[in-house]
Ligand binder design. Structure first.
Ligand SMILES: [Fe+2]
Length: 223
């Protein structure tokens, strides 16, 4: 994150402080808040460690995009206002081109965004990913990092509990399980996860998820 060197603050602390402020402002809960950001940053770093020739600018765009991606999640925020805040944060810290790259990535990476835009190709429904040009690798790394954190059962439980606080434990767990069976366990087979590193860890993450369903025991903490 060399582009932040002009600031007096540690770049990561600067970034995480902004996320904390936005989470408070929009009441973004733990499932999409600072712990998710930190875990996704770790996943993104792991993926990037398996890439050979990423430029420093690509790495910077990935780090910013993955850290702040849920600060424009329509489940929590009014989009126009949230993007305005994010732009104001990014502009003094990144070049105009990288600012636009981060803003473009975070608005086109969510499951719901992509799931609504499937194409029919060769008679089959196919996932369509937007073309981010020279930032395409950064886009897919960012997208994959978020998907990998989707395998955390406890995180999904927390979000479900927050959304439906009156549901019984059994009902909550059943809905979380149904989501995993319909969506998360199919990330690889349905073409959401294509990066070799992400594929290599997906099966062990799936096993961990299944164990969490068996024991109903989990902890959502930094990786
Ligand atoms: Fe996310």
């Amino acid at each position: 994150m060399n582009h932040l060197n002009h600031l007096n603050q540690d770049p990561l602390i600067d970034l995480l402080t902004f996320i904390e402020c936005q989470c408070q402002k929009y009441n973004i809960d733990i499932s999409h808040g600072i712990i998710h950001s930190r875990r996704c940053l770790k996943w993104a770093q792991n993926i990037m460690n398996n890439e050979n020739d990423l430029s420093e600018d690509e790495k910077t765009v990935v780090m910013y995009a993955i850290a702040i991606h849920d600060l424009c999640d329509k489940k929590y925020v009014p989009l126009f206002e949230a993007i305005y805040d994010i732009r104001n944060f990014l502009e003094p810290r990144l070049s105009p081109e990288m600012t636009e790259a981060v803003l473009g990535i975070i608005q086109t990476m969510s499951y719901s965004f992509l799931n609504q835009r499937k194409l029919f190709k060769d008679g089959r429904e196919t996932l369509w990913f937007p073309d981010h040009g020279k930032w395409s690798r950064a886009y897919h790394i960012t997208r994959h990092a978020d998907l990998l954190d989707g395998y955390h059962v406890g995180r999904c439980y927390l979000y479900t509990k927050r959304t439906f606080p009156d549901w019984s434990e059994d009902d909550t767990w059943n809905v979380v399980l149904e989501l995993f069976q319909r969506r998360i366990y199919r990330y690889v087979s349905d073409g959401w996860i294509t990066h070799p590193y992400a594929i290599s860890v997906a099966s062990s993450l799936e096993e961990e998820a299944k164990e969490a369903f068996r024991t109903r025991n989990w902890e959502y903490k930094d990786l």
